[in-house]
Design a protein around this ligand. Sequence first.
Ligand SMILES: Cc1ncc(COP(=O)(O)O)c(C=O)c1O
Length: 418
Amino acid sequence: MGSNAVFAREGRAWDEIKAELAENIAADMPVVDPRVFKPAYFHSDEILAINEQAFALYLHENAIYGGSAYPSLKRYEEEIGAMTLELLNAPAGAGCTVTTGGTESNFMAVKAARDWAREALPGADRPEMVVPRTAHPSFDKAAGMLGVTVRRMAASPGYVADVDAMADAIGPQTVMMVASAPPYPYGQVDPVPELAALALHHGLWLHVDGCLGGFALPFVRELRGDFPAFDLGVDGVRSISADIHKYGFAAKGVSTLSLRDATESRFLGQAFDEWPAGLYSTKSLAGSRTGGALAAAWSVMRHLGREGYIENARRMLAIKDVFLDGVRAIEGLEIVGRPDAYHFAFTADGYDIGGVGDALEEKGWQIGRAREPDSIQLMLNRIHEGGAPAFLSDLAEGVDAVKSGRIRSRGARAIYIT
Ligand SMILES: Cc1ncc(COP(=O)(O)O)c(C=O)c1O
């Protein structure tokens, strides 16, 4: 091996590496910063500390051995599942599987629907799923891997799922439909009751993607119930994903998939015994998983309790209102749809919103961007409490600069890439 191999033969002192890590992370975008509106899901320093301490305690335990070696992890998993089912109005007989993230939860929902359809809809041997324009790309990822064809709608009239178009797209091969509560691009909850009625009428599996809203909307609803019901309380919803590592405020690595009928969890996991090392049984896609993520999620949920999440919702709604009012007060800016959770997008009538985004970025704001219409997207968290005036003043300046022609868009696109 040459002396300039990437994987060096000689190790280096931890102190040196640690210094390099510190230098590298300082050059990254800060995760928690009032100028960052990309997803960060910050609640408080206290919750950060709970995540860090609980995660560190269980960092080295592998949740795959929860059932055999680490009964506390198995218990956390069961209790996270039970709390989630209760939160999402699950009927008796429902079941919840804990996964590593929203993508895995949605993947498992597609897998469950596909395998259920093999029994329930034997004529659908080339399975298809009908999804709204705004459904998260994790569905296309899952469908591609699972041999399911995605029928994605062409538009979102009124910024929600196009129920009529979805009804028209249902054919003999359709096995599944998707709704989002809320979708990532605009934040307005899809009309789940209407889609659930459609699914029931055609005997299809309706999955609700509650990755963003699952741990926010139930509490927002207690304070302000001005959006449609979206969870397992709606007859016809067969499964719902909800991420604890988003607005549930747990460290990354924890999401949930709840099924109306726990017996259908046979379509999720797999037990395998035909090899020399004995029974291998898992309830989702992942094999080894850190116990840290489970312990952190369990601790945060227990620490906050329902009251903690409701208080958070109260504060988040107050933050959102100040931002929304401020944006609306600037001439030509319009909120896209009706943002039901903690994020929203806004567009411009008569001038270029892309240029406004560029002006904000030049001043150090880290914004999101969306399309259809071109818009600026803000994902709020508690670090934005009190942060609206500074943002709104730079926003107003950016708008003036674009209107007067001092700034022209450099054509930055909505982008979401690893
Ligand atoms: C609505 C929605 N669904 C699914 C996902 C995927 O979640 P994850 O990134 O945890 O895999 C996201 C991520 O932002 C999302 O916003």
